[in-house]
Design a protein around this ligand. Sequence first.
Ligand SMILES: Nc1ncnc2c1ncn2[C@@H]1O[C@H](COP(=O)(O)OP(=O)(O)OP(=O)(O)O)[C@@H](O)[C@H]1O
Length: 236
Amino acid sequence: MLLKVRELKVGYASGADVLRGVDLSVGASSVTGLIGANGAGKSTLLKTICGFLRRRSGAIAFDAADIGKLQPSQLATHGIAYLMEGHSVFPGLTVEENLVLGTWAFRKERARAKQAVERAFELSSVLRAKRKVKAGLLSGGQQRILEMERLTLNDPRLVILDEPSLGLSPKLVHEVFDRIAQMKADGAGVLVVDQSARHVCAASDHLYVLRLGEICIEGPAASFSDRIDELVRNFI
Ligand SMILES: Nc1ncnc2c1ncn2[C@@H]1O[C@H](COP(=O)(O)OP(=O)(O)OP(=O)(O)O)[C@@H](O)[C@H]1O
């Protein structure tokens, strides 16, 4: 397994755990979906894996090495990409310039950097059409696509996505999930949290449902596909 979370407990206020012993794994070349009601603790889990919050107890291993003390600034060197909730494009820079910034870690390998940016334009017709446009002028959904492309320019091994399709038009939602499928085809392990349980289930190999800080259901996503409405009704 690429990522293994075991018995993870995390909280904000003293004495109250938001995550109450979470177990979750993500394999390479696969998509793992995490769904749950508002406030279940999904973002808290992702922030803890990525070093923005510290665990109270439990283990987080990436490639069998403990990453419980990881700093967010070390994510890229570990090959972990994290798409947070909200927006992080540089609005005054063009789409192309935003992508070039995503190649910063390997900017001295000029051919590789150029190739990575061109591949992003090949993968996204939306970005291709807006190449010279300032990112701040893109729609919220287009900015999300730009963030996802920028995030994956240096071929991360683990991609962690928090609500990638939030507020997107149906066409862009499809583009986001197609891009997730491409990340898997490229060999990455993907952990995706999204409000759209149906899309997450369809895109995932394995599905987890988080409820009140605990995993209440998990299994192969295919085993949930014909009862996703029931799952949403009962647990989300
Ligand atoms: N910075 C914070 N300080 C205190 N409590 C917080 C903080 N961030 C989140 N919480 C609380 O932790 C719990 C889990 O929040 P979290 O954002 O992880 O849930 P979520 O499942 O991602 O929900 P949503 O789908 O609404 O984003 C909630 O009760 C929330 O109020």
